[in-house]
Design a protein around this ligand. Sequence first.
Ligand code: PDD
Length: 280
Amino acid sequence: MTNKTVYLNGHYVPLDEAKISVMDRGFLFGDGVYEVIPCYLGHLFHFQAHVDRLTASLAGIGMVNPYSTQQWLEIFKPLIDNSENQYIYLQITRGVAPKRDHAFPDNIQPTIFAMCNNIMPFAGLETGVKAITLEDSRWKFCNIKAIALLAHLLLRQEAVEQDCAEAILIKDGVVTEGAASNVFALIDGVLVTPLKDNRILAGITRDVILELAEKNNIPCREDNISASELKTATEIWVTSSTREIIPVVELDGNPVADGKVGTVWHTMNTIFQAYKQSLL
Ligand code: PDD
């Protein structure tokens, strides 16, 4: 990795000089939240929605967003290469405390870190990917974009070890989301995605897809998807800021419909790419 410039607590420094204390509560407890914001050729994608989700995540752990949307923009600008498709990774922890104590310390400054990386084209975009279903082993506040991702990591790793790109999670018999993505399924000709509640992260990509589906008369709804409905879905997609809309062509070793990338995915991906272009 090149020694690029990153942002840490008000300073722009080379990556290998960006250091935090081992007493940082992000390090000791995973006590913090993060955002991943796409930035296409210098244009931040649905920036306000990302800032709003950040504010909600911070509120979810008893913290306040320290900056306005405009101030965040000023912070990120020096990190961005306008000739690349990139994403900003922003992490805010509760900060460095004098001692390791589970309860929140008084009067500490948050640790704020941001870096910008290129979005690598995802190999499975055109061909589709394999996924497995796994029991959702996570906690009750999946709406908070928490940096404590150990459950997500174990789930993703299990998928990878089974030669799959994603784990689709099932809680109490219904689909929640992917280990690092939201899920869409085409059921009886309707594009369905799970409801926004504390079982899932409110994906920005998810919201954009719903908006675009409505505008383009693609039938869609937010609803529960049972594990058995997922098995017989004619298309399954997993969506995120860094991978966009990925078609799943094999689930638990069985083909999704005929095992080929579906026509609704082709339509939506074309609409999505055109929409991205329209914002530049
Ligand atoms: N993750 N659900 C989970 C658990 C996620 O981690 C993500 C994205 C999403 C999709 O959200 P969005 O469309 O806003 O990216 C849903 C990011 C990309 C990550 O952790 O790197």
